[in-house]
Design a protein around this ligand. Sequence first.
Ligand SMILES: [Fe+2]
Length: 378
Amino acid sequence: MRHKGEILAVDDTPASLRLLTDILRGEGYQVRSAISGELALGAAMRQPPELVLLDINMPGMDGFEVCTRLKQDERTRDLPVIFVSASAETGEKVKGLQIGAVDYVTKPFQREELLARVHTHLELYRLRHRLEDVVAERTHSLHQSELKLRKTLLDSVMAIAATVEMRDPYTAGHQRRVAEIGAAIARDLGMSEHRVEGLRLACVVHDVGKVKIPAEILNKPGRLSKLEFELIKNHAQDGYEVLKEIDFPWPIAQFVLQHHERLDGSGYPNGLKGEQILPESRILSVADVIEAMASHRPYRPGLGIEAALTEIEVNRGDLFDSEVVEVALNLFRHKGYQIDFSGRISTTWGPASCPPLAPTDAPSGSLSAASNTSPSPV
Ligand SMILES: [Fe+2]
């Protein structure tokens, strides 16, 4: 029988290490333990585990150094690392995530919280590897099994999207509604059905990078600090990293990477301008802003579709592509296109409207709290 997961637990305090390993073994995980950074690094290189739980403050090689070295080596680069530290400093957490950790647990931890985080990151790690395997196996026979492959891709993308939405209930439904709006705009712009399909997939996973953001930041009802906002901004690049190895028939990772770029170069992560931004990303960004502003947020009710349309109208040509904005305004204001921002997608728009990608009875959603520092979503 397949084991539940192989974990490397690292802590220089024997009692803490014992507690950690007992909890994990009690849940059926295979656990190897290391009492120092040097021993941990050696163990991980010799036989990479599936996940590393890493203390930060240790004599000799500390956790940051161990993580940095794991991320530099091809054999261990992809390993999910969760820091487990007594330090509750935001700076420490941000540093840990910036050097490549997927999560941060503060000691003393709740047993259930630790296990939930371990389970989530192991699943995501396995999901990603399964996706790569599935795509690698099937690409060579693409011309014979194109329909089947597309269904597999779609299921995989929906699984990724569901993983993100599980951690961030406020995002539930957001990505699917962005996909509906984005596809409607793309069709009215005259894009081919093949390109519309690629755009829809990109929309459905455009915030996948948020898997690296601690849930308490994603769901924070109050104003975000500058540090927290900077952390959230990483999600575009992180989404790209998650998706780049998957051999989609479209550059999905690039579409996602550029979804917060703005026409005048004020966007992120790369400050691209105008035509440097892919057309699909220019559509995605407009659909994202419309959905995020119109729908409810943890800290405010939905602002309504008119406020969202005014936002893109005021910034057309500066932040948003003029042609995309014009088509979007026309859709909502003159063609009778409607979308239920409380959760269920119910377009009453003409026959070109396509069915939603999945059942849309998700709870009412909005994007993260980060956009309370800006009218645009993150
Ligand atoms: Fe985003």
